[in-house]
Unconditional design. Structure first.
Length: 227
């Protein structure tokens, strides 16, 4: 039996899973939310001088593909480091939003998927807007949930909502009501996702682990789907 076990363990196995990267690359030239500083990379150590390579990086906690914690907008709410690790992993479903007559995603765009959403930990909204990443167009007239649709979706038992846009609210929002629908219910919001068109039409596993930063109001993540 032991010999058979060792033989099985040494036999190359065919991959049963495809991992899709849903994350934009962080760099000094990347797009950032208006009036936010771009990341600063300083070459602190080099192989020639120090024998090893190391960078110093300065950036805001909501840079690139990132999570908004409830504490981002709700005073006294949870920071990411005070949320259990399983809150950043689970069953996900991607809703493709097409043929929008305006920039608002309404309830009728979501209701056909109600049964799928009920069985999900995360809902990712695929609007196709990530194709404008790096262009000025990325920052204006992007699709957002209507107030009614946000309220409807926030009543599901979700861990989080993911978007392929710069924000869950319109660019000139002052009170960020769409954010608050979700953050007030201890959910997380993921912004600036990419590659959502590569996701299947059924459920898949999803991870978006943040850096373990003390009192984190947000964090860049490496968001991935397991197909």
């Amino acid at each position: 039996m032991q010999e058979n076990y060792e033989e099985i363990m040494m036999t190359p196995q065919k991959a049963l899973m495809n991992i899709i990267d849903l994350t934009h690359t962080i760099s000094p030239s990347m797009p950032v939310y208006p009036d936010t500083e771009t990341p600063i990379f300083i070459q602190g150590c080099t192989i020639e001088k120090d024998g090893f390579l190391e960078k110093k990086m300065t950036m805001y906690s909501h840079t690139g593909t990132h999570i908004d914690a409830p504490a981002h907008l709700i005073k006294g709410a949870k920071t990411l480091d005070n949320m259990s690790i399983d809150r950043f992993h689970g069953n996900a479903f991607s809703v493709t939003i097409s043929n929008l007559k305006n920039e608002y995603i309404d309830i009728h765009h979501l209701k056909p998927y109600q049964d799928k959403i009920l069985k999900s930990d995360f809902v990712l909204l695929n609007t196709g807007w990530s194709k404008y990443w790096g262009e000025e167009k990325y920052f204006s007239n992007y699709p957002v949930l209507s107030m009614e649709a946000a309220n409807w979706l926030s009543n599901f038992n979700l861990k989080g909502l993911g978007l392929d846009t710069i924000s869950a609210d319109i660019m000139d929002s002052q009170n960020f009501p769409i954010h608050k629908f979700f953050l007030e219910k201890n959910m997380i919001i993921l912004e600036n996702l990419k590659n959502l068109s590569a996701l299947p039409t059924n459920h898949f596993m999803f991870s978006c682990f943040p850096l373990k930063i003390k009192d984190a109001d947000g964090s860049p993540v490496r968001a991935v789907a397991y197909i």
